[in-house]
Design a protein around this ligand. Structure first.
Ligand SMILES: Cc1cc2nc3c(=O)[nH]c(=O)nc-3n(C[C@H](O)[C@H](O)[C@H](O)COP(=O)(O)OP(=O)(O)OC[C@H]3O[C@@H](n4cnc5c(N)ncnc54)[C@H](O)[C@@H]3O)c2cc1C
Length: 566
């Protein structure tokens, strides 16, 4: 490709700065390519930085160390079973071939240091080839001093992943704190002390310099890019793909008030996220009703890359789907909070407008929102629905923005939460009236649920009977970790929405992340990874880290293939 007519040319041009984008840039650099990342917003990291940072990598090199064996064949059997034929076998195989290599590469050649989470199970324990843990990896905590001034340009962790909206933790630490396993008080004290004693930084910013979860992953990747001198241009939105002779040769971007033509001799990789923040695209493609405010993901995910691909004839797939999770919208907070754990905790239920349960609340979050849409009718809407709980659950567990009542009683809640968010009444019937739910319906549901809870057996929905359901339950609760009666006043309700971690529909790609036309032909020079590509996981969410695992893996694959090492 000639460099004529371009303001700037590199070999490998990366649009976006999430984890997949960064992995792709690092690998291309290491293979000898000149590389540049373009990021639309003034902050890098996207949803990846906000995330839990988990990567679902079957058969990874760290599993043996935690005493769990795995095999390619078992992983393939599992993926085949849970994706149910929606995804081309070649893509499933590519994922399983390359994801362990990608994880090992990161651990050996970059600042990324991963650990395997032995207790975090696959989401479908009854599917063939599943594992009770070990496939989920998380980055070790990372200190922000490694990033210097670049730290405050990273998008912040989602508020729900911080203790009291400030103190960061790893997934492993979160589990100890949540389940109150032995040592939790010492851990909490240590985390708090490390935060408050970080002087004089405490006077400069409320952000914790000990990074955990998605901030640790993106921080480690950002440091690896800095080590290599790979440039990342912030506030530089890509606007349009440049095509010459049927091949994508670069993009048009805006930077500092100028329109730039930037070339990519080995290609362009779109890693610019999904369309979760675009209300118009949500209404057009996702099941309705839907609202951008229900999403917990990056507000800059407005589907730009998908639109750019469509404009040059790329095919799109899975656009009606998302990485679903019930969410709660808290007044005064920038993004919705995911309700991943709350719905499994004893003494909570989700109900429709008639006051009826409609799903096993402890199912994987993706399935719960699918049920919300399936069961949604004008007579008994489930989008939105209500999470109902009693004073015992309120006092013991963190629920949405509420710390356990034992630490933060109702009188100590912020006024906005008390006035505009949390619904509360002295009887079940009064609560139902307050939230517009049928009082006799809710009473009957609670009475029936309480019988199940006392017996430890949910005869209606079988809540708390599989490993993934109990993972988020209360380990100290017997006989069922996910069940307790809803009996102690006051009673509470939290409105619950059909939210998401991001959308999963996007440009159709092959096993090398090459973007395809409707007729299956490859669009030369163009790749797509992460949430702007149609998900390799199809319509399912196989295990913890099922979105970042593919984004990083196909970033790795795309760079290798583009650099002739595929
Ligand atoms: C609270 C939360 C927790 C999560 N936890 C996990 C988890 O533990 N494991 C997991 O697998 N997934 C998790 N997810 C989901 C995961 O974060 C996303 O699916 C993933 O980060 C998507 O990666 P991406 O590269 O597609 O997009 P992003 O990481 O969002 O990166 C895309 C980047 O592109 C930029 N961009 C957009 N348009 C343009 C443009 N025109 N030009 C240039 N740049 C552009 C965006 O600003 C953004 O920075 C979580 C999500 C949330 C919100």
């Amino acid at each position: 490709m000639s460099t004529q007519g371009f303001d700037h040319t590199v070999d490998w041009l990366v649009v976006g700065s999430g984890a997949g984008a960064m992995v792709s840039a690092i690998v291309a650099h290491d293979l000898g390519a000149t590389t540049l990342l373009l990021e639309k917003s003034p902050l890098y990291g996207g949803s990846s930085a906000m995330s839990g940072g988990g990567l679902w990598i079957p058969n990874n090199h760290l599993m043996a160390g935690v005493g769990i064996t795995d095999s390619y064949d078992d992983a393939l059997a599992y993926l085949r079973a849970v994706t149910g034929g929606v995804v081309a076998e070649a893509r499933l195989r590519a994922y399983l071939d390359h994801s362990p290599k990608m994880a090992k590469y990161l651990c050996e050649k970059t600042r990324v240091d991963l650990v395997s989470l032995p207790e975090y199970p696959d989401y479908y324990p009854n599917a063939p080839g599943s594992r009770p843990g070990g496939r989920a990896l998380e980055p070790k905590a990372f200190h922000a001093h490694n990033l210097g001034d670049e730290f405050l340009k990273m998008r912040e962790t989602a508020i729900q992943e911080l203790i009291m909206g400030r103190v960061s933790m790893t997934v492993a630490e979160a589990r100890i704190l949540f389940c109150k396993t032995p040592g939790w008080i010492a851990l909490m004290t240590r985390l708090m002390a490390s935060y408050w004693l970080d002087l004089p930084w405490r006077f400069r910013s409320r952000r914790d310099r000990k990074l955990g979860m998605g901030n640790a992953l993106v921080g480690r990747l950002r440091a690896s890019l800095l080590d290599r001198g790979v440039p990342l241009w912030l506030s530089t939105p890509a606007r349009e793909l440049l095509v010459e002779g049927g091949r994508v040769v670069g993009i048009v971007a805006e930077r500092e008030g100028r329109t730039l033509r930037i070339g990519g001799t080995k290609g362009v990789v779109l890693a610019a996220g999904g369309f979760d923040a675009s209300q118009s695209m949500r209404e057009k493609y996702l099941p309705n009703p839907t609202r951008a405010e229900w999403s917990a993901a990056n507000p800059a995910s407005t589907g730009d890359a998908i639109q750019m691909g469509i404009a040059i004839g790329a095919a799109i797939g899975l656009m009606d789907d998302a990485w679903w999770s019930p969410t709660t919208v808290v007044p005064g907070e920038a993004r919705a909070r995911l309700l991943v754990i709350e719905k499994s905790l004893p003494g909570t239920i989700m109900v429709d407008r008639k006051g009826r349960r409609f799903v096993n609340e402890a199912l994987p979050y993706n399935d719960v929102v699918n049920a919300m849409y399936e069961k949604n009718t004008p007579e008994a809407p489930t989008v939105p629905c209500w999470l109902v709980f009693d004073a015992t659950a309120r006092s013991k567990y963190p629920l949405g923005p509420l710390l356990p009542g034992a630490q933060q009683p109702d009188w100590a809640l912020p006024g906005l939460i008390r006035r505009e968010y949390l619904e509360k009444a002295d009887t079940v019937e009064a609560l139902a009236t307050l939230i517009g739910v049928d009082p006799s319906g809710l009473r009957a549901t609670v009475t029936r649920f309480n019988e199940f809870a006392r017996a430890g057996k949910d005869l209606d929905f079988h809540r708390g009977e599989t490993l993934i359901e109990t993972y988020y339950g209360d380990a100290n609760r017997k006989p069922n970790q996910c069940l307790a009666p809803i009996e102690k006043p006051p009673f509470y309700a939290m409105e619950t929405f059909a939210g998401d971690f991001g959308t999963k529909g996007g440009l159709c790609v092959d096993e090398k992340a090459r973007v395809l036309r409707e007729n299956g032909e490859v669009i030369a020079g163009l790749r797509a990874i992460g949430n702007c590509s149609s998900a390799v996981m199809g319509r399912t969410y196989p295990g913890p880290g099922s979105t970042l695992g593919p984004a990083t893996t196909f970033g790795y694959v795309a760079a290798h293939d583009a650099c002739g090492k595929g």
